[in-house]
Design a protein around this ligand. Structure first.
Ligand code: ADP
Ligand code: ZN
Ligand code: MG
Length: 503
């Protein structure tokens, strides 16, 4: 079943772009980080012994009654507001009926025609170009349990002897965010989808409502895409690639589907409406379940739960307390700091860098220096140690202090790098390290002047050139002095002394 090669005909991406317009639709599930489940008090903690976080409600036992988790409703409203949605003054839950062993009630409690949040919009910026993603709805629902397939070698159902059920995840709150069809992404549809996922990830983290770890399935995307021949206004048939769980994969899966559908349509075929699976290793999609017949979930209003009717006061209170969202914050800081798009891109490329630079600036450093340390020296150290930037072992406050010493002329950049590396290596506070290892710049003018005189004497040819007006030649003498001082001199001051002594 999972041959690592694609058997699909693919059209060259640029060729598809010349002949078709892309339409996207993204359905994203966000797993909330509430402490208890959606309808009961069971813990949502990850990784517990199977079926230890269960009760009659989340096991769907007859006669048990659910009660909605207020924190989950609050999270849904805050997500809705952050997406620019309207919040329903009154809405109900609905039963979505289907049988699957990981769902003990034989229906999932979700929302159907009455979502708590609807009609929003997200604007994304990619290299200065703006793209609008219209939001259809954000609704509340519950996660299912997990099937564990035993006896096989791969952990998959194929080749396994029997399956066990773990209901710890059953009833964990989810928010599903669904876009309207997204038009107008030109040649950049897959990148826009990726940027949208990154936006949602950063958004729910800033809201503090989800850990949003894609690799753990906290954020999963069903990626729909269809093609329309250029000039046509009639929507094409879409495919839906299920449960894509990394930013890279969202982009790659859509790109693949676009090239596959292009080839189908160009050969006079028609795209089947179906779900597809993303093969992570082979980087292609395979056919899943056909969706040509509308599925009949026999939705009905959930009779065991009272409708959710958030008061306008509560909604406005939540709106007023929304944090500044990461994208807005980045745009504001960019202006305040006077950075170019390019300078910001380096910062975005390094997770956590924006906040660390902000904290370093707050601790007194200038933005350019703060940026320089975090995205060069400290990023390199974090990378080598294989830890996130925030855990490199140097605080924003320490970086600001080291920069203050550079500004005061007690350290040059090279010495500052050594000091920061030592702090990262756990050798203590910057000042202690400088003292213990004698890293401060020698500011003894007498010693400097003597070193400069010695360098001039040792390099008469160079000295002659400088006297003759070739000031560029001073570099060689400065280098010689720095070497003699083991790097612990202020190069600018040495240069002054060289020119002074030779004038
Ligand atoms: P389902 O529940 O079967 O997945 P939805 O109506 O929820 O169906 O639609 C799924 C997503 O696909 C939505 O984001 C929707 O905007 C989008 N979509 C609908 N039709 C198309 C289409 N023809 N091409 C691309 N995306 C589409
Ligand atoms: Zn429970
Ligand atoms: Mg769907």
């Amino acid at each position: 079943m999972s041959s690592e090669y694609s058997t699909d005909e693919l059209m060259d991406y640029d060729e598809v772009m010349r002949r078709f317009d892309v339409v996207l639709g993204l359905e994203v599930h966000v797993e909330l980080n509430t402490r208890s489940k959606m309808w009961c008090g069971c813990s949502t903690e990850f990784g517990a012994e199977p079926n230890t976080h269960t009760c009659p409600v989340c096991l769907g036992l007859p006669g048990s009654l659910p009660v909605v988790n207020k924190k989950a409703v609050e999270a849904a409203i805050r997500i809705g507001l952050s997406l620019g949605c309207s919040i329903a003054p009154w809405c109900r839950f609905a039963r979505k009926q289907y049988f699957y062993p990981d769902m003990p009630k034989n229906y999932q409690v979700s929302q159907y025609d009455e979502p708590i949040a609807f009609d929003g919009e997200v604007t994304l910026e990619l290299d200065g170009e703006r793209y609008v993603v219209p939001i259809e709805r954000a609704h509340m629902e519950e996660d299912a349990g997990k099937s564990v397939h035993m006896g096989g070698s791969t952990g998959r159902i194929q080749g396994s002897d029997y399956s066990l059920m773990d209901y710890n995840r059953a009833g964990v709150p989810l928010i599903e965010i669904v876009t309207k069809p997204i038009f107008g992404t030109g040649t950049r549809g897959p990148e826009v989808a990726r940027a949208y996922m990154a936006f949602l990830r950063d958004m729910v983290r800033a809201l503090g409502v989800s850990e949003a770890r894609m690799e753990q399935g906290n954020l999963r995307c069903d990626a729909n895409v269809s093609l329309m021949p250029k000039g046509s206004t009639q929507l094409g048939t879409r495919s839906e690639t299920k449960n894509v769980n990394s930013l890279r994969s969202v982009e790659a899966a859509l790109r693949y589907e676009i090239c596959r559908q292009g080839a189908v349509l160009a050969a006079g075929g028609r795209v089947k409406q179906e779900t597809r699976m993303w093969n992570e290793t082979g980087e292609f999609t395979t056919s899943g379940r056909s969706k040509e017949q509308a599925e009949d979930y026999r939705y009905l209003p959930e009779p065991d739960l009272v409708p959710v009717a958030p008061s306008r006061e509560w909604v406005e209170e939540l709106r007023a307390s929304l944090p500044e969202l990461p994208a807005a914050k980045a745009a504001r800081l960019r202006k305040e700091w006077g950075f170019s798009e390019l300078e910001m891109r380096d910062i975005h490329g390094s997770e956590g860098a924006l906040d660390l630079i902000e904290a370093t600036v707050a601790a007194g450093a200038d933005p350019a220096s703060a940026r320089k340390w975090w995205i060069t020296e400290l990023a390199r150290q974090a990378n080598e140690a294989g830890v996130p930037l925030a855990e490199v072992g140097v605080s924003a406050e320490q970086v600001a202090r080291v920069q203050r010493l550079v500004d005061a002329g007690s350290l040059n950049d090279r010495l500052a790098r050594t000091v920061l590396a030592a702090v990262a290596a756990g050798q203590g506070e910057p000042e202690v390290i400088i003292e213990r290892r004698g890293l401060a710049i020698v500011s003894d003018e007498g010693a400097l002047a003597a070193a400069v005189a010695a360098a001039i004497e040792a390099n008469p040819g160079v000295a002659e050139k400088i006297r003759g007006g070739k000031v560029q030649a001073a570099g060689a003498l400065i280098g010689a002095v720095m070497k003699q001082m083991h790097g612990k001199a202020d190069a600018a001051r040495v240069r002054e002394l060289v020119l002074e002594q030779l004038s």
